[in-house]
Ligand binder design. Structure first.
Ligand SMILES: Nc1ncnc2c1ncn2[C@@H]1O[C@H](COP(=O)(O)OP(=O)(O)OP(=O)(O)O)[C@@H](O)[C@H]1O
Length: 358
């Protein structure tokens, strides 16, 4: 059974739908990232699951219990949902152990049992021996781990992370990513992880829900999102996909079809059932482009060559579509110069499904 289910969930503020008709099942023990640009509805979704907001329509279930729906809304403290915020929200006047054990104290749990639970939670986040410190005497990463331990001590059925790495510097982010991944592996906790950082979502999640303007744009594994984006938004949001105008020339056969892109014909990957059509889009990545001096391809102008050490980023304008700029990397020795004419080929591409295709 899914640990968390959202069925056609909509949340409106006055006439504005911050979350629109979103359906997601999160499996027991799954790590789901919710990813999208600012304002796409990620935080509202998290607040709905936590119980700080009520659904306007649709239903949210945790396990088999409906926690928000037509029949009303279960209070946040009764949902057994743990939340790790980006600003840690630790109490500065309490020790680490007191911070972690606070909810147990409020619940009037036996002191010896509570102490053991705090010790166990400290061990789970690799902070053994730091229980007597104050939060001020910890690093940012350690504080975030205290926040995680504090939420785990209450044995939540589900843990929500709200951009937990947003306040940390780049190096610490990478090591905390490792920590979260190994924590998830060790504990098997069901996690919903909100982020606007694509690399973070890709590194951590089993599946990613990409949100766009309150709607679910695609729910898929990181690999699927990268290789088979469902629409133009996902294609350009994930790894800076390059979108090129295309005409589909042949019907799908074994997952591929023939297209015309920038005047050249090529075979791209596509969904089953694709048929010839005009006005389509093909997504490719900079790694899919390279120079093809004598082979098939399309001609254009090298606009800029930006040397990056070991390779250069090349910006290129195709002759057929001078308003388009393609970019790709060329390893040393970089032969292209700005202002030169060149011929490029697309080694691999993905046909974006027609709008409205399932
Ligand atoms: N209480 C509210 N009243 C009115 N509008 C709201 C309210 N909360 C959120 N919104 C609007 O809903 C939309 C989605 O907001 P939300 O905070 O969920 O986005 P987000 O994806 O988390 O953005 P960010 O990454 O910037 O935090 C925004 O346009 C926001 O202005």
């Amino acid at each position: 059974m899914a640990r968390l289910s959202l069925d056609n969930v909509t949340k409106s503020f006055a006439n504005f739908d911050a979350v629109k008709d979103v359906s997601i099942d999160v499996g027991d023990g799954e790590f789901l990232a919710v990813l999208g640009p600012s304002g796409c509805g990620k935080t509202t979704l998290l607040r709905l699951v936590a119980g700080f907001e009520k659904v306007t329509s649709g239903e949210i279930r945790i396990g088999s219990e409906v926690v928000s729906g037509k029949g009303g809304s279960v209070a946040p403290e009764k949902r057994r949902v743990g939340i790790v915020f980006q600003n840690y929200a630790l109490w500065p006047h309490m020790t680490v152990a007191e911070n972690i054990g606070y909810s147990l104290k409020v619940a009037k749990l036996d002191k010896a049992v509570a102490r053991q639970k705090v010790e166990d939670a400290l061990a789970l986040v690799n902070l053994q021996g730091l229980g007597e410190r104050r939060p001020a005497n910890l690093s940012g990463g350690q504080r975030q781990r205290v926040a995680l331990a504090r939420c785990l001590v209450a044995a939540p059925s589900l843990v929500l992370f709200d951009e937990p790495l947003a306040n940390l510097d780049v190096h610490l982010r990478a090591s905390m990513e490792d920590e979260f991944a190994s924590f998830h592996k060790r504990t098997g906790t069901t996690i919903v992880y909100i982020t606007h950082d694509q690399a973070e979502a890709m590194a951590l999640a089993d599946r990613i829900a990409v949100m766009d303007g309150g709607r679910l744009a695609q729910l898929a594994t990181p690999r699927e999102l990268y290789h088979e984006p469902a629409n133009e938004m996902v294609a350009s949001f994930i790894s800076q996909g390059i979108l090129l105008p295309a005409d589909v020339l042949s019907a799908e056969e074994r997952g591929h079809c023939k297209v015309r892109v920038l005047g050249a014909e090529l075979i791209v990957r596509c969904r089953p059932g694709e048929r010839p059509r005009t006005g389509a889009k093909v997504c490719c990545r900079s790694a899919d482009l390279d120079v093809s001096p004598d082979g098939p391809g399309f001609d254009g102008l090298v606009k800029r060559v930006i040397y990056q050490g070991g390779s250069a980023r090349i910006e290129f304008t195709p002759s057929t579509n001078p308003d388009l700029t393609l970019h790709f990397e060329q390893p040393d020795p970089v032969a292209l110069e700005s202002g030169a004419q060149a011929r490029l080929r697309i080694r691999s591409g993905w046909l974006i499904p027609a709008a409205g295709a399932a």
